[in-house]
Design a binder for this molecule. Structure first.
Ligand code: KG4
Ligand code: ZN
Length: 352
């Protein structure tokens, strides 16, 4: 680890958020900043990798300066550095990873790579009510939807995952179709609050109890067909739009929670941790807690700001690694398709 008066600098740049944070060795957040690139990508209806890399490059150093200023600390207070090495957009990952390595080398402090999903899993480690492993984890974001059995570092097993689109992608694609802009999860969530979730029947694939896998691409087609039908009576707006948003939100939330609770029951692990951008969803948050109470399962839902990409989560996972004595050398490579099961080997890789 590092001296108790020193801080961990954490860096995240895997997609369209440039994020930095300073944490104490105990996991207390001293300061954190997230620079979202949403405005730069919105005109294209999705994340444009080249634009993402360029924005990370333009922002990262200034954001780190701002972070130290906000914390009233200086780079000499940093005792270790953690950064996401994957998965994500390769050009985007490279920017944060190389910045972090350069920082660690310049200061002569340890460096540790972090798997982005380990970050989502451990995002709430410093928050009140965090559930200690073993737990079942449901990760739902724009790029991932999966259920894990998590018993600790290097003991994360994927029980099931989406076979096509991620849950966030389902929201984003539906929003695009409805002309609601990008990303769509938040807008649909807000519209859904005033809608009737039973108004429209939307299908959800792989509902069977035989698999933990999920599928959301059929939903996108179903929404398109429904919208075409509704448009015969004029544009889908007002109450009809709210009802559609509520109906969509309900099936996505049901699909995710059905698999998560199935895993808790089948694996006999009465603890569930949620993570990822889609966990900012109001219904998912409320339903997870309600079902947990009903079934006697402890459910941890991180604060909203820790659900969408941020550097605090990379800091918490980095601290867990450092506490276990894990560090990376500066040869650690960015890996667009990094698997969680290989995280331990990846971050410990030595130059050959
Ligand atoms: O974790 P995240 O920030 O980035 C990835 O690693 O993908 O997740 C972004 C995703 C987007 O698809 C966005 O639409 C979704 O999270 N999202 C939401 C909400 N806020 C963000 N989905 C549903 N309801 C929300 N309130
Ligand atoms: Zn993420």
């Amino acid at each position: 680890m590092f001296a108790p008066d020193k801080l961990l600098l954490a860096v995240e740049s895997s997609c369209d958020e440039t994020a930095v944070a300073l944490l104490t060795a105990d996991g207390e957040v001293v300061a954190d900043l997230v620079h979202s690139q949403i405005a730069a990508h919105a005109p294209f209806g999705g994340v444009v990798p080249e634009i993402a890399s360029r924005h990370h490059l333009q922002r990262i150093a200034a954001l780190a300066d701002e972070l130290f200023e906000k914390a009233g600390r200086t780079p000499t207070d940093v005792g270790a550095v953690a950064a996401t090495y994957g998965p994500g957009l390769i050009g985007a990952l490279l920017v944060g990873l190389q910045f972090a390595k350069g920082f660690a080398q310049a200061r002569g402090v340890p460096f540790v790579g972090v798997h982005h999903l380990e970050g989502h899993l451990l995002a709430g480690a410093g928050a009140a009510g965090f559930v200690e492993p073993p737990f079942i984890a449901l990760i739902a974001s724009g790029g991932h939807s999966a259920v894990y059995r998590y018993r600790g570092l290097d003991d994360a097993v994927v029980l099931g995952e989406t076979r096509d689109d991620a849950a966030g992608e389902a929201f984003d694609k539906a929003a695009k179709l409805l002309g609601l802009g990008y990303p769509g999860g938040k807008v649909i969530d807000e519209l859904a609050e005033e809608g009737d979730p039973t108004a429209y029947k939307l299908p959800i694939s792989l509902r069977s109890k035989q698999t933990y896998d999920m599928s959301f691409s059929g939903l996108k087609t179903a929404v398109r067909v429904l919208v075409q039908k509704l448009e015969k009576d004029g544009p889908v707006e007002g109450q009809r739009l709210k009802d559609l948003a509520a109906s969509l939100r309900r099936v996505v939330v049901d699909a995710l929670l059905a698999k998560a609770f199935l895993a808790c029951h089948r694996e006999k692990i009465p603890a569930l941790v949620l993570g990822g951008g889609v966990v900012a969803n109001s219904l998912l948050r409320a339903e997870a807690i309600a079902r947990g109470k009903k079934h006697g399962i402890r459910v941890f839902v991180p604060p909203r700001a820790l659900c969408t990409d941020n550097a605090v989560m990379i800091g918490q996972a980095g601290l867990a690694r450092l506490r276990a004595g894990h560090t990376s050398t500066l040869v650690l490579r960015a890996e667009a398709g990094a698997a969680l099961a290989d995280a331990g080997d990846a971050i410990a890789a030595r130059a050959s």
